[in-house]
Design a protein. Structure first.
Length: 173
């Protein structure tokens, strides 16, 4: 499945550099990607919004149920759930509101420097206002399974991120 292959680079605080490989947000591409991530790889990822001053790194302890209704993908683990507008939403009061709610940008990213670990690998979604909706962090070669720092990176831990990125963007690392 080949999608957009645009790459952008952002320079952030602490000399961090983030490279984004864009994903097409048309049709059901984002729905298919998130369904795969949350139904097949839920045990390997952390997810939540990451904004200046707050990072929600939620780890799933059970396989979530994933469903779609009126353009919203729901990820439900029983005690809590969240919704992401990834498709056409007809329940908005205006067409403009529907456009603002839906994913307008999606990209795989890799950040080097500027954080508590030398790098991070993930997927990020933004709505029509350019606000971040969610960040999904994939296994990190600088962390063990309990999120403790390791002395030598285990590069094989980037395989899931690399495979999904290649499939959904058509780009290799």
């Amino acid at each position: 499945m080949r999608a957009m292959t645009a790459r952008t680079v952002e320079h952030g605080p602490g000399d961090s550099v983030t490279e984004y490989d864009e994903i097409s947000v048309g049709g059901d591409v984002v729905e298919r990607l998130l369904t795969e991530v949350f139904t097949e790889h839920w045990a390997e990822i952390y997810a939540g919004p990451v904004i200046e001053g707050a990072a929600y790194e939620i780890r799933f302890t059970a396989k979530p149920a994933v469903s779609m209704l009126d353009g919203y993908l729901t990820v439900d683990v029983g005690a809590w759930h969240f919704h992401l507008c990834v498709g056409d939403h007809r329940g908005a009061s205006t067409a403009e509101q529907a456009v603002l709610r839906r994913v307008a940008r999606a990209a795989f990213f890799r950040t080097d420097g500027g954080s508590c670990v030398p790098g991070s690998w993930g997927l990020r979604l933004w709505n029509g206002r350019g606000e971040q909706m969610i960040t999904v962090f994939f296994p990190n070669p600088w962390l063990d399974d309990d999120q403790r720092h390791v002395r030598a990176p285990r590069w094989e831990k980037t395989a899931l991120w690399e495979a999904l990125k290649a499939r959904y963007t058509g780009t290799m690392s």
